[in-house]
Design a protein around this ligand. Structure first.
Ligand code: NAP
Ligand code: MG
Length: 496
């Protein structure tokens, strides 16, 4: 580990915050001159005032993105050149790993150990992986008569807007901009207003890596204004969105009411974590179940929030998960030993505390936690919380809480386990634990989810596609399949 990692707290005072929009290769204030205060959820203190972009800034950014696309320095570049630039950007992100990790932690309250070992390196790896893919993906020829050529080529869409959430700010951005840029598009990135700092910073790193001006623009600002203006813009060809199901549906509407732009959606989840009674090591399952729901303070779209357990082992498993919950007691996000940090902001903390109250009122039994923590810091922390619920119909079993709250439910047969697991508007991820390989595959096939983990909770990396069934979304991020949404197919027929 780098020596500068030893004391993060001492580095905070020396940190510079880029806080403006990045349009056409330059940092600029919002056209209106407005800013919003970016407060750290670690301690409630002001970090910096960030440019509050709105419709006029969207106009400027779309104009710059379109001009860059039409000019072709990136959109029609030799793929090998795009590879070189993106790989260089990934290297620069790793060179600035400490700074980016600190920004991410101060911005949204996640533990520095996670920012440094997961968020930043995974983000850089995503950019590198798509950069490397630039000159390894081939077009197709259709099987046709010998006196003709039928070419199927992929072309970039044009101007892509990426609207992303705050839970993994840089990683969610890179899942979009990696394949979108690799395919030759121009991109406008709108980070969540809770977490704009790393997005703003990497725009400058991308320019340093050699990305031509106008190809990547970053617009901090609110969803209702800047986000909506992107969604309704007549010259944006696609919106790649990650966020809530509610806002995802708004983007479908914006598209229908404007230019029928392509929309891809990665939305909410309420992932089942099914545990059968034959698991060989119940304590390791309990440990993974706790990590699966408490990591990132439960602010994870795939969080394993519903523990669906054979009633024969329920008491034992819930007790063990409760013991492991102690390892996730919230701590100072700047302490490298902290496993769970703060919530992203006060309103998210209040929302989760409200849900805990709802669970109590609905008749669920509070087994662990349930309270706010570390109030003296001025930050927004919640204890890891476990409910035992009598039914999957409860709101705490149906609705996405997006906090460190687990709801335990029981089943008596395989059929009932599947029925409970699928009884959700969401279908992002599902996990199951058993030593019986036949049962594992049969249940995996019956689960309506984009990802199924067997004897794991969050398996895989950038090499596998990720996305949702049902109201968890449309389209896939990660893997080469992501190119499907950032390109369109052209058929060119040649009569010889
Ligand atoms: P959110 O409220 O839906 O916001 C997501 C993005 O949309 C933000 O940039 C937000 O901007 C913007 N936005 C909000 N209202 C908008 C509107 N009316 N028009 C246009 N844009 C708008 O979600 P969040 O609270 O940031 O993130 C939590 C949600 O994301 C959870 O539901 C979670 O499950 C989901 N998520 C899904 C995945 C996945 O891959 N499936 C991954 C991570 C998170 P502002 O915040 O600046 O207003
Ligand atoms: Mg928001």
């Amino acid at each position: 580990m780098n020596s500068v990692a030893e004391d993060y707290r001492s580095q905070v005072s020396g940190l510079a915050y880029r806080n403006q929009a990045f349009i056409n290769g330059k940092y600029v204030p919002a056209a209106s001159g407005k800013t919003f205060d970016k407060v750290s959820p670690i301690n409630g203190r002001l970090l910096t005032a960030v440019a509050e972009c709105d419709r006029e800034d969207v106009e400027r950014a779309v104009g710059a993105a379109r001009a860059a696309f039409d000019k072709g320095a990136w959109s029609r570049a030799f793929p090998k050149k795009r590879k070189t630039v993106l790989v260089r950007l990934a290297e620069l992100m790793m060179k600035h790993r400490d700074e980016l990790s600190l920004l991410e932690t101060l911005d949204m309250g996640k533990p520095i150990a996670n920012s440094r070992s997961a968020d930043i390196p995974a983000s850089a790896h995503t950019i590198q992986w798509y950069g490397e893919a630039c000159d390894k993906v081939y077009d197709e020829l259709a099987p046709q008569r010998p006196d003709s050529i039928s070419m199927i080529t992929r072309e970039p869409l044009g101007v892509v807007a990426a609207v992303v959430p705050w839970n993994f700010p840089l990683l969610m951005a890179c899942w979009k901009i990696g394949p979108a840029l690799a395919a030759g598009n121009s991109v406008i990135l709108k980070p969540a207003e809770q977490s704009p700092l790393t997005a703003i910073r990497i725009a400058e790193l991308a320019a340093e890596a050699g990305l031509p001006e106008g190809v990547l623009n970053v617009l901090p600002g609110y969803g209702e204004t800047a986000g909506q203006a992107l969604g309704r813009h007549m010259d944006v060809d696609m919106v790649a969105f990650t966020g809530s199901t509610e806002v995802g549906k708004l983007f479908l509407r914006y598209s229908g009411e404007s230019n029928m732009k392509h929309i891809s959606l990665e939305c909410g989840g309420k992932s089942p974590n099914i545990v059968f009674a034959d698991v060989p090591d119940i304590d390791s399952v309990a440990k993974a179940a706790a990590a699966g729901v408490f990591y990132n303070s439960g602010q994870v779209c795939t969080a394993a929030t519903r523990l669906i357990v054979d009633e024969k082992i329920k008491d034992k498993l819930v007790d063990l998960v409760g013991r492991h919950a102690a390892e996730w007691a919230p701590g100072d996000p700047l302490d490298p030993k902290t496993a769970m940090g703060s919530m992203v902001d006060k309103s998210q903390m209040d929302r989760v505390l409200d849900y805990i109250e709802v669970g109590r009122r609905e008749g669920a039994k509070l087994a662990t936690g349930g309270r706010q923590a570390r109030q003296a810091t001025g930050g927004y922390y919640i204890e890891p919380t476990i409910f035992e619920a009598p039914s999957n119909a409860l709101r705490i079993a149906q609705e996405e809480i997006f906090g460190p709250v687990l709801t335990a439910l029981t089943f008596r047969s395989d059929e009932e386990a599947v029925k409970i697991a699928n009884d959700s508007i969401y279908g992002l991820q599902a996990n199951l634990w058993t030593r019986d390989i036949t049962r594992a595959h049969q249940i995996a096939r019956a689960l309506r989810a984009g990802t199924v983990n067997i004897n794991a909770t969050d398996g895989g990396d950038v090499t596998a596609p990720f996305g949702g069934y049902k109201q968890s979304g449309i389209g896939r991020d990660k893997s080469l399949h992501a190119f499907d949404k950032y390109t369109q197919l052209k058929h060119t027929f040649v009569q010889l």
